[in-house]
Design a binder for this molecule. Structure first.
Ligand code: A2P
Length: 350
């Protein structure tokens, strides 16, 4: 069988990479439809060298579509994905719109591929920061049990979309030319809040809006998505998770400093290394003697999750630190979406 695929949000930072990842995927593609807002209708993009005209999205855009890959924002997914499902499509959604719905699997194939079989037309892709964290931690949890996660993120501008990336570029240029960059700040830290601050030469400890308890919504996502993916229960108490999410002036690829505690206090760093060396989707880059460790500039364009700086907390047996980097637009978004679609096809679930 060959599949008719639609990409919703095809002109965006993630959407353009979904096109590339689909070109390189194992899915037998019959046709590709590229959908965006009215603003981009008529624009030419291409799939495997063939020009394709971008179309404005309407409910009827999904007639005859088998698979939808979607990354056009939560409100766009809420509006259009139920229409696509009504017309028989299976949707893999990169937005947060449906992630916490009990009947929507939240899937990172390396971690919980088996959850795909419970879909009712929509599969959700987790948040970018959550994906790379669970890829690195699940093999450790499988081998030794996992009690607690304390994570601090160093998140790239592109996680907030192409326009945030453009904003960072403009601010950097203006700063270097001695101009005022305050006026360039129109999107970050988040479109959804009132004030905007420059990211260039700065750090913004706000990603998404704030919750009543003082956590940002990005931090909330890391806590509850991790529990839903690893334990199939967003409020599970048996893994304690807490997070601090920070936007850094890096264009692409998120870094994460992860402190974690396993159930067995006798576990050694060498045992962790042995597990991570063979873990799916993980590349171990951990050789301090030769200054080998993951860096965002080296992760750009790669599908893997890179892990390094593994070391024991010498005062707390069973607790460790590590540094994890992945391309937020690929493993954190476009690749995980296409990978989920590949697994749906391979398992006969479309
Ligand atoms: P457009 O380029 O026409 O605005 P990013 O995450 O980089 O900001 O990209 C967002 C993507 O979502 C873009 O492809 C954008 O298309 C698309 N998009 C935004 N609003 C809508 C909408 N109302 N309907 C369909 N696509 C939309």
């Amino acid at each position: 069988k060959e599949y008719n695929v639609a990409i919703l949000g095809a002109t965006g930072a993630v959407g353009t990479r979904m096109i590339q990842q689909l070109e390189q995927s194992t899915i037998p593609v019959k046709s590709v439809k590229l959908l965006a807002s009215a603003k981009s209708a008529g624009k030419q993009l291409s799939f495997k060298g063939q020009p394709i005209t971008v179309e404005e999205t309407t409910p009827d855009s999904f007639d005859g579509i088998d698979i939808v890959l979607s990354s056009a924002g939560g409100s766009v997914s809420k509006k259009f994905l139920p229409e696509a499902v009504k017309r028989g499509a299976v949707c893999v959604d990169n937005t947060s719109a449906f992630r916490m719905e009990p009947d929507v699997p939240l899937v990172v194939p390396e971690v919980n591929e088996e959850a795909l079989k419970d879909h009712h037309g929509i599969v959700a892709n987790p948040n970018c920061s959550t994906i790379q964290m669970v890829v690195a931690l699940e093999p450790i949890r499988q081998a030794f049990g996992l009690n607690q996660i304390i994570v601090s993120t160093y998140q790239a501008a592109s996680g907030a979309g192409q326009s945030a990336l453009n904003e960072l570029r403009q601010e950097t240029q203006d700063y270097l030319e001695g101009k005022d960059m305050q006026a360039d700040a129109k999107i970050l830290p988040t479109k959804g809040d009132k004030k905007h601050y420059p990211l260039a030469f700065n750090l913004l400890p706000q990603i998404d809006v704030f919750e009543d308890n003082g956590y940002s919504h990005e931090e909330w996502k890391m806590i509850h998505e991790t529990k839903k993916i690893m334990l199939n229960d967003m409020d599970a108490k048996d893994i304690k998770v807490t997070a601090t999410c920070v936007r850094v002036p890096v264009p692409i690829a998120h870094g994460e400093s992860i402190y974690f505690t396993v159930d067995d206090p006798t576990v050694t760093v060498d045992q962790l290394r042995a597990v991570l060396k063979d873990a799916p989707g993980v590349v171990l880059q951990d050789d301090p003697a030769h200054q080998i460790y993951p860096q965002p500039i080296n992760a750009v364009g790669k599908r893997d999750t890179f892990v390094g700086r593994l070391r024991a907390d010498e005062e707390n047996p069973g607790s460790f630190n590590m540094w994890v980097v992945a391309d937020n637009l690929l493993k954190g978004a476009a690749w995980n979406t296409v990978e989920n679609a590949e697994r749906l096809v391979a398992n006969g679930l479309v």
